[in-house]
Design a binder for this molecule. Structure first.
Ligand code: FES
Length: 115
């Protein structure tokens, strides 16, 4: 496992999407309470960065055409698969992910759009 330090935990604001990139893959971080989601960061409709979206209830809403994804699970109300949710944990005051998991998933799920 290749651990990557993503963000200082104390600096993550509640329910504010944050953009991150790991090994060339766009991710979105959302903290909610003492939990956090690290999700694939591009909209499954046309590839826009979801960290630019808005939070409505328990969903992040894409700022282009309004597709919605639950930020705790990545599930969508649309007829599409859920956003990938990556393993993430807090250690030494930072949020971490397994870069090997991100790279492996990205190789199997190349982004068709780059907006
Ligand atoms: S690109 Fe996100 S809803 Fe169309």
């Amino acid at each position: 496992m290749k651990k990557i330090k993503l963000y200082p935990w104390a600096e993550l604001e509640q329910r504010v999407p944050v953009q991150a990139v790991v090994e060339g893959t766009d991710l979105m971080i959302i903290r909610y309470g003492e939990e956090v989601s690290v999700l694939y960061g591009r909209c499954l409709h046309r590839g826009v960065l979801l960290a630019n979206g808005v939070i409505v209830g328990k969903k992040v809403v894409c700022n282009w055409h309004g597709w919605e994804f639950r930020y705790d699970t990545g599930e969508s109300g649309q007829r599409c698969p859920a956003l990938k949710k990556f393993k993430a944990w807090i250690e030494e005051g930072y949020l971490w992910v397994d870069a090997d998991e991100v790279v492996s998933w990205s190789e199997q799920n190349p982004e068709p759009y780059q907006v």
